[in-house]
Design a protein around this ligand. Structure first.
Ligand code: ADP
Ligand code: MG
Length: 617
């Protein structure tokens, strides 16, 4: 029997480990079970190399909880260790991450699950155990069993063990305050969480737990839709059925298997809870794939299994690692390929799913140029006639009429008169997503030189005018009728910084609209979205001098207004203001604080009109 000191600069690493991770002590079991798997995997490798003999049915992990003795044991039939190896692999705490861990611990008061990130696998046992024993027999011929024991201080003993057969038995003497870990149910639920897809049979108090082989290991060609759906249900028992999925399988330059699902994003979809599950050789590692997959794909669900992402890695390592970056690129490629084939093969279903896909695809296009290049053929918008189109098709169709110009509106329902104007002139308008397209449009304009997007209230395009009915005859004062209407409205409205023009618009039903400078309006919308404290003034400031009221010289309402002005200027003024506010309202541009004035004025005007009508009838 020898005694020794754990080789680590900090004397106190074990108390630190013990004290620290209240948030996720459960992972001790994952660590020990995955060590057991590793040890058996090594036996398989040796067997294949002819260096030892072993039968497949020998491989198993037994976990036994013994409440009376206060112990949990984890026994494997793996490679085992001799005394030297215990010394080297366990006692010397040869994990490079240990010091980093201690530093982190000292500089950080609270933290997430960190132990697994620092290569402290085996020692995580001390989160729940007072004393840990390792009883182990190496696979080598003539090896002597070794018994290591350590009570969590920095001293340990290492002597002769009692094991007769190859493998390792770890005994945890569970600490008083961690007695819950003696409970079979508790252990079962941890094992189901972390070890459901383990490659070796695992028994808890004699009962076989993991019978499921993960679907990601099965070749995609052999998997049925039902199997994919069942597997999804296994991972997310409460979710709605997913839209579609991507089966990943890569051997080179890294190893990766997995199935990713596009979820239906319902209102109560919980983004934090339904993340992709990360496995390492079928052992569950984490729900957090933040650094592994691009941001825009964080909404996906499913499982990724890669032995190339070690159980124990620090976040900073993940961020730098080349494999991880390639992996992320590969996932993005697979997902985009799948999107494109979904679009090409099942266009109707794709369109049906578009509300769920739109944000992912568009965000991806903006954030990742490669992704954009791949998915641009399935970036679609709905047009005025309710048909879906890609940008290329739109441009091609309209190149005679308005080359490289795209008309759009973020609102399908609320501007019927306005949209009629475009409909009557046969100009194709696309409906955009109010938030994400603001960015996407800017991105697309940068991507393709000459391309410009124009919101329907962004300019008075020649295409919208009815040239034949233009009122261009000059009167005695040298003014056209259009100028007269504009002057009248300018005087009636009296709004500082507002320009007023009158045009012969193609739709008579539209009294007018408020034209907003495209660039200024976009800037304002960006500011609104970015949530930067601008103050109300600041936001409107961006638009000041950039708004024009465009009155329609063909509108019967405008004609009546003109006539009324001579007889009852006060009422005409109020009506003009109502028309202006209504235009803003229908363009979703009436500011909330202007609403009160609008309603009061409305009541006053109605009262006046009702009284007049009562008199004349
Ligand atoms: P890691 O698994 O990342 O190497 P651990 O702290 O979990 O770190 O384990 C340290 C080392 O101890 C392992 O690499 C392995 O050599 C040895 N070891 C741990 N558990 C076992 C086991 N059950 N059987 C054989 N060797 C083991
Ligand atoms: Mg380990």
């Amino acid at each position: 029997m020898t005694t020794g000191k754990l080789q680590i600069h900090s004397e106190n690493i074990l108390p630190i480990i013990k004290k620290w991770l209240y948030s996720d002590k459960d992972i001790f079991l994952r660590e020990l079970v995955s060590n057991a798997c590793d040890a058996m995997q090594k036996v398989k490798v040796l067997r294949d190399a002819g260096e030892c003999s072993a039968q497949d049915d020998e491989f198993r992990i037994e976990i036994v909880a013994n409440a009376e003795e206060g112990t949990v044991t984890i026994t494997d039939t793996g490679i085992g260790m001799d005394r030297d190896e215990v010394e080297r692999y366990i006692a010397q705490l040869a994990f490079s991450g240990a010091e980093e861990f201690v530093e982190k611990y000292q500089s950080q008061k609270e933290g997430e699950q960190i132990i697994g990130h620092f290569g402290l696998g085996f020692y995580s046992a001390y989160m729940v155990a007072e004393t840990v024993e390792i009883d182990t027999l190496s696979y080598r011929e003539g090896a002597q069993p070794a018994l290591w024991s350590c009570d969590g201080s920095s001293e340990y003993t290492l002597g002769e063990g009692g094991r007769q057969t190859r493998g390792t038995k770890i005994t945890l003497h569970i600490a008083k305050e961690e007695e819950e870990y003696l409970d079979e149910e508790r252990l079962r639920s941890i094992l189901n969480h972390y070890c459901a897809f383990l490659p070796y049979p695992i028994y808890l108090n004699g009962i076989h737990l993991n019978e499921k082989k993960p679907l990601w290991l099965k070749p995609a060609a052999e998997c049925t839709d039902q199997e994919y759906l069942d597997f999804y249900r296994q991972l997310y028992p409460t979710g709605e059925d997913p839209l579609f999925w991507v089966h990943l399988s890569v051997d080179y330059p890294f190893n990766l298997k997995g199935i990713l699902y596009f979820p239906k994003v319902s209102r109560n979809f919980n983004f934090d809870k339904n993340t992709i599950k990360l496995f390492c050789n079928r052992v569950f590692v984490s729900d957090n794939c933040k650094d592994l997959i691009p941001d825009y794909l964080m909404i996906l669900q499913g499982a990724i299994d890669s032995p190339d992402i070690p159980l124990n890695v620090s976040r900073s390592y993940l961020q730098m690692d080349r494999t991880v970056r390639q992996l992320s690129g590969h996932i993005s490629k697979k997902v985009s390929d799948r999107l494109v084939s979904f679009y090409q093969d099942h266009r109707d279903r794709f369109i049906e799913s578009w509300p769920d896909l739109e944000v992912i695809v568009k965000l991806g296009a903006i954030q990742d140029e490669k992704f954009y290049e791949r998915v641009k053929g399935c970036l679609i918008w709905k047009n005025l006639d309710g048909e879906w189109t890609t940008l290329d098709d739109y441009l091609e169709r309209n190149k005679e009429k308005h080359d490289n110009r795209v008309f759009y509106s973020p609102d399908e329902r609320h501007r019927p008169h306005f949209l009629d104007l475009y409909r009557q002139k046969g100009i194709e308008v696309l409906f955009t997503h109010p938030a994400i397209d603001l960015h996407l449009i800017a991105f697309l304009e940068r991507q393709r030189s000459g391309l410009s997007f124009c919101r329907i209230d962004g300019r008075i395009d020649d295409l919208l005018l009815d040239k034949d009915r233009e009122k261009s005859i000059l009167d005695a004062e040298g003014k056209t009728e259009a100028t007269r209407l504009a002057d009248l409205l300018r005087t009636a409205l009296e709004i500082e910084g507002l320009q007023v023009v009158a045009k012969s618009l193609a739709s008579d039903a539209l009294p007018g609209f408020v034209m907003m400078d495209e660039q200024a309006r976009r800037m304002r919308d960006m500011l609104v979205m970015s949530d930067i404290e601008q103050g109300e003034k600041g936001l409107e400031g961006v638009m000041s001098g950039r708004k024009t009221f465009v009155a329609n010289t063909n509108s019967p309402l405008m004609h009546s207004l003109q006539r009324l002005y001579g007889r009852n200027p006060a009422l005409a003024k109020n009506l003009a203001r109502q028309v202006y506010d209504l235009a803003l309202l229908s363009q979703r541009e009436l500011r909330p604080e202007a609403m009160d004035t609008f309603i009061e004025r409305n009541q006053a005007v109605l009262q006046q009109l009702a009284a007049a009508a009562a008199l004349s009838s």
